[in-house]
Design a protein around this ligand. Structure first.
Ligand SMILES: [Zn+2]
Length: 294
C-alpha cells in the first residue's frame, strides 16, 4: 500500500493537547512492523495556494500566509501561528491531494499519515485545523473529472467545516458519526449526521455504523474519503465515547471492507486523537493502516 508522509508534519506548537509527533511515530511504527516498506512512502509536494483557494477565501489565505491573523482568529484556530506551522499544514494538504490522485488513478486504497482537518471553514481555521485538506482534495479531483465523492467521518467530533463547505453541493455526500454533546457546538448539516450519546461502546457503535453505510454507498461515489479519527477511544482526553482499541479496529474493518467490496478508490486520513498516552493514539492509527494494507 502506498502511504503519504512528510517529516515536516512535526510542527512545534509548544505544550499542547494535539500531539504533532504522532505522525512521525505512526510512520516509524508502520515501518518497524513491516506494514509498509520505505519504497511505499511518498513525500508530498506542498499544496499550491491556488489549490487552497478552491475551498478557502483569498482573504483568509492572505492572513494566514502573511501572519496577520487576529487574536480572535488564533483563538479559534487553537494553534500558535508560525511560518513553519503554515508550511507543515500546506504540505499535509498536498499529502491528501496526492493520496486522492493515486487512489483514483490506481483504483486502490491509499493511506495518508496525516490529514483529516475537518474543522476548517472557507474563511477561517478552527480546532487545530488551518486548511480543510479533504475538501481541497475533493475539489482537485473534481477539477480532474471525478464527479461524485463521499466522506465518511468517524472522528469523535462533528465534521463541521466539511459539512458547511458541501452543504448545498449534491455531488459530495458527507457522513459524520460523532459524539453529539461535544465540540463543535454548531454543527452545520451534512448529508447524514449521527450524533451519538455519551459513552456508547463498541457494539452499539458498530451497529449504527453498519446501518448508515448503505446510504453512503447509495450516493454512488467514485472515491471515498475516510477520516479514521482515533478520538472515539475510551481513553481520549477530548472525546466522551467508550470504544476500545479492538472496537476501533473493527470499526475500520467495517468501513474498509465496504469500499473494498465495491472496488471503490479510498483515501484514509488520520484526523484526531488525544489519548492520555500518545502510544494509544499511535496504536489506533497503526491498526487502521494495517486493516487497509490487509
Ligand atoms: Zn476530533
Amino acid at each position: 500500500m502506498n502511504v503519504l508522509y512528510s517529516p515536516r508534519y512535526l510542527v512545534d506548537i509548544g505544550l499542547h493537547v494535539f500531539p504533532t509527533r504522532k505522525y512521525q511515530l505512526v510512520h516509524a511504527g508502520l515501518l518497524a512492523d513491516g506494514v509498509i516498506a520505505e519504497q511505499d512512502v511518498i513525500e508530498p509536494q506542498t499544496a499550491a495556494w491556488d489549490d487552497l483557494a478552491l475551498v478557502h477565501t483569498r482573504e483568509y489565505l492572505a492572513k494566514i500566509r502573511d501572519g496577520t491573523l487576529t487574536s480572535d482568529d488564533i483563538a479559534q484556530l487553537e494553534l500558535p501561528w508560525s511560518p513553519e506551522m503554515v508550511e507543515g499544514f500546506r504540505v499535509m494538504v498536498g499529502g491528501t491531494i496526492e493520496a486522492a490522485r493515486l487512489a483514483v488513478e490506481h483504483r486502490s486504497i491509499v493511506g495518508h499519515i496525516g490529514g483529516g482537518l475537518h474543522h476548517a471553514f472557507p474563511n477561517h481555521g478552527e480546532g487545530f485545523c488551518p486548511f480543510n485538506d479533504v475538501a481541497i482534495a475533493i475539489r482537485v479531483l473534481q477539477r480532474n473529472g471525478v464527479q461524485r465523492v463521499a466522506v465518511v467521518d468517524l472522528d469523535v467530533h462533528h465534521g463541521n467545516g466539511t459539512a458547511f463547505i458541501f452543504e448545498s453541493d449534491s455531488s459530495v455526500f458527507t457522513f459524520s458519526m460523532h459524539q453529539q454533546y461535544n465540540y463543535p457546538m454548531w454543527k452545520p448539516r451534512g448529508s447524514l449526521d449521527i450524533g451519538l450519546m455519551d459513552g456508547i461502546g463498541d457494539a452499539d457503535y458498530h451497529r449504527q455504523l453498519e446501518e448508515a453505510l448503505p446510504a453512503v454507498m447509495a450516493s454512488n461515489p467514485e472515491c471515498l474519503f475516510y477520516l479514521a479519527g482515533a478520538d472515539p477511544y475510551e481513553q481520549d482526553q477530548l472525546g466522551g465515547l467508550g470504544l476500545t482499541l479492538d472496537g476501533l479496529r473493527a470499526r475500520d474493518r467495517i468501513v474498509i471492507d465496504q469500499a473494498r467490496r465495491n472496488g471503490l478508490p479510498m483515501v484514509i486520513v488520520l484526523a484526531g486523537g488525544y489519548a492520555r498516552r500518545v502510544e494509544d493514539t499511535v496504536a489506533v492509527h497503526i491498526a487502521t493502516m494495517k486493516e487497509a494494507a490487509r
